[in-house]
Write a protein that binds this ligand. Structure first.
Ligand SMILES: Cc1ncc(COP(=O)(O)O)c(C=O)c1O
Length: 379
């Protein structure tokens, strides 16, 4: 390996959400990697900082070029500069979509368990939330098409989709993405596709990502695709993401709904994002192979030590979902916190109590420590 993912970097006292929220606990919760970003990303940030002037920013040409090239090469999408809406984060975009495409009293649909803001943004727009359970067969998540048909209402205006899926680690195949857009089309829903984990797939050959951007043009009138290099290259704290909206009138509605609710975007984040897309690929490949090693470790450990706990056969991300419901445990994260001093994410925030999420995006030695601490707990 050319890059070092093994060294444990002290992060406590650096103003880190993951490490400094609960300094009494060992953290394995929020989706944040304990690795230094690729050297080219760090250099790009240093170069921009050296300038010393940090006024309001616009996305520079190099960034837009890098995004267009990335979308063409990695996502197989042909995008124009005007299709891109730059944003200071992806969660605000979910909220913005809810406000732009529905009226108070309408509804939005999503599938659970899911990244918590998917279950909260409806409140920003006074909407009802319709949540459908994902199917899970042999540790692989799927869509419950029948239940979706049964639960959708004439008032439903949006579907929030997460692919690859957090927290289930699923890369939905092309057929599912097509079936989903047809469902949305039939019921007149805007499809909001969160693809922030698109570059975090263990094996791009056997489980390739099929971006909503590749769906036929006739559907693009109703699609918003959300992307960012932030998760993959560990620059989420800089706050940058973007939406791609191919249809001009849909894009206008989305931008208009922004009003004065979003801040200007961080001038440094633009340069970090460009460097990540232009130069990050060799680092990313090694990262994904390292994370796959961590995943194998966690999976084997869970099979050997918590055989009654359902875990996923993951295809992407570094977030392992653990379902303790068979063991009749209401809040496993709290038990691990109280008995082992480790901080996991509580499944109830994802719409499913009795489960928890373990972040294995850390040097392997830290993962081994976390798993040993888990093992010390008797349920
Ligand atoms: C599916 C998903 N969407 C969005 C985000 C956060 O995006 P941002 O930090 O750009 O708001 C996360 C972070 O974990 C995520 O997992």
């Amino acid at each position: 390996m050319k890059y070092d993912f093994d060294t444990i970097i002290p992060r406590r006292g650096t103003g880190s959400l993951k490490w400094d929220r609960r300094t009494d606990l060992d953290p394995y919760w929020v989706a944040d990697l304990d690795f230094v970003s690729p050297p080219e990303v760090v250099s790009a940030i240093e170069e921009r900082v050296k300038h010393g002037v940090f006024g309001y920013a616009v996305p520079h040409e190099g960034l837009e070029e890098a995004i267009i090239e990335y979308l063409a090469e990695k996502q197989g999408a042909d995008i124009r500069k005007d299709d891109i809406v730059h944003l200071g984060g992806l969660v605000p975009a979910l909220s913005l979509a809810a406000r732009a495409f529905a009226e108070p009293g309408d509804a939005l649909m999503t599938c659970v368990p899911i990244y918590p803001p998917f279950l909260g943004v409806h409140k920003d727009a006074g909407l009802e939330l319709i949540s459908v359970n994902h199917t899970i067969k042999k540790g692989v998540a799927g869509m419950d098409w029948e239940m979706m048909e049964a639960m959708v209402t004439p008032k439903t205006k949006l579907f929030l989709f997460c692919n690859p899926q957090n927290p289930l680690g699923r890369v939905f195949p092309k057929e599912d993405v097509i079936k989903l857009v047809e469902f949305c089309h039939r019921h007149n829903l805007i499809l909001v596709s969160d693809e922030i984990h698109a570059d975090m797939i263990f094996d791009d050959e056997s489980t390739p990502h099929y971006s909503a951007l590749r769906l036929p043009e006739e559907f693009q009138k109703h699609i918003i695709t959300l992307l960012a290099p932030s998760k993959t290259y560990n620059i989420a704290g800089l706050g940058y993401s973007y939406a791609v909206i191919k249809d001009a009138s849909l894009r206008k509605k989305f931008i208009t709904a922004r009003g004065h609710t979003l801040p200007e975007i961080n001038c440094i984040s633009y340069y970090a994002a460009e460097a990540a897309y232009r130069h990050g690929e060799p680092w990313r490949k090694e990262l994904m192979s390292y994370l796959k090693g961590n995943y194998d470790l966690v999976k084997t450990f869970m099979n050997e030590n918590f055989s009654e706990v359902e875990t996923m056969n993951m295809e992407a991300t570094y977030l392992s979902w653990m379902d303790f419901r068979e063991m009749k445990v209401d809040n496993p994260a709290r038990i691990f916190e109280e008995k082992a001093g480790i901080f996991l994410s509580d499944g109830s925030y994802f719409g499913r109590a009795g489960c928890c999420r373990f972040n294995f995006g850390s040097p392997r030695a830290r993962i081994e420590v976390g798993l040993e601490k888990m093992k010390s707990v008797n349920f």
